[in-house]
Design a protein around this ligand. Structure first.
Ligand SMILES: Cc1cc2nc3c(=O)[nH]c(=O)nc-3n(C[C@H](O)[C@H](O)[C@H](O)COP(=O)(O)O)c2cc1C
Length: 262
């Protein structure tokens, strides 16, 4: 397909890749991805995120288990954990004497709050997606691991995460084993009209929702997730995801992270 430019081609042809060539990411490619991440937009230019490069094979294997048993994590040549990080600013405020100075002027110390967390999460996710796009432009496939939100206590202990560091997402990177995009095709998406609203939120009724998910129904029927018993995308996702044990665990784990932060 023809696209107006190379950037749009990279964005339009990206797919998640879950099986990788057993080959490290070259130093030049790793550097290029790193440089792109460092130029990502960041709130107030504060870079409220950090990235842990997971190189230790034992840790990769433990994370593969902690993230709902996904062995591809252990096999991925490059695994980056993106952290919302307000700890470094809090430490900096304290160690530089800024807190003391503020107090002498009547500004009492305020620990990081929920707003600080959310803006740090924005930074970390923007950094992650920048890495994904940069990797894709270098013909390196990637896959997000949202399940890093599970098992907070173990992840925290394994990676020594301090209080104001929130592990928001992990990304696996690797070179594809061969041509793959042609064979898997692309996953379905809603139409622009279903996603973009004008000047206010337009809540959808039952019929509009059925129409909105029609392409998904067709796709998931082909992949076997939707069938006579599980009759549409709603049934499939309600059973497989929304009421699943792993989502219950994710909700428990994130509640604990939030408690810990506040
Ligand atoms: C926040 C987030 C979390 C995800 N977590 C996982 C995951 O834990 N395991 C996995 O195999 N894919 C994961 N994915 C990949 C999605 O399943 C994938 O993006 C989606 O199915 C659409 O396919 P595509 O990326 O090939 O277009 C995640 C994607 C995002 C954005």
């Amino acid at each position: 397909m023809e696209y107006p430019n190379e950037t749009l081609k990279v964005l339009m042809e990206r797919r998640s890749l879950r099986a990788y060539r057993d080959e490290p990411i070259t130093t030049a490619d790793r550097q290029a991805i790193t440089d792109a991440v460092l130029r990502a937009p960041t709130a107030g230019n504060m870079m409220l995120y950090s990235v842990i490069d997971i190189t230790d094979q034992t840790k990769k294997e433990m994370l593969a288990e902690l993230c709902d048993h996904q062995p591809m994590i252990a096999r991925a040549p490059m695994v980056w954990l993106f952290l919302a990080d307000y700890q470094k600013w809090d430490d900096y405020f304290q160690s530089s004497g800024a807190v003391e100075h503020g107090e002498s002027l009547g500004h009492s110390y305020r620990p990081p709050g929920t707003g600080d967390l959310f803006i740090s999460l924005s930074d970390a996710l923007i950094a992650a997606q920048t890495a994904v796009t940069a990797a894709e432009s270098l013909h390196i496939g990637s896959c997000y691991i949202g399940d890093i939100l599970e098992n907070y206590e173990q992840v925290r202990d394994l990676l020594e995460l301090p209080r104001y560091v929130f592990p928001i997402t992990m990304v696996c990177f690797g070179y594809p084993k061969g041509p793959w995009k042609e064979t898997i095709g692309s996953t379905p998406r809603h139409r622009a009209d279903d996603i973009f609203h004008t000047d206010g939120y337009a809540r959808k009724d039952a019929e509009q929702l059925q129409q909105m998910f029609a392409a998904h129904d067709t796709y998931y029927r082909q992949t076997g997730r939707v069938h006579d018993e599980i009759r549409d995308t709603a049934h499939a996702f309600y059973m497989r995801k929304h009421t699943s044990e792993f989502m219950a665990e994710m909700n428990r784990s994130v509640s604990l992270m939030l408690e810990n932060w506040s």
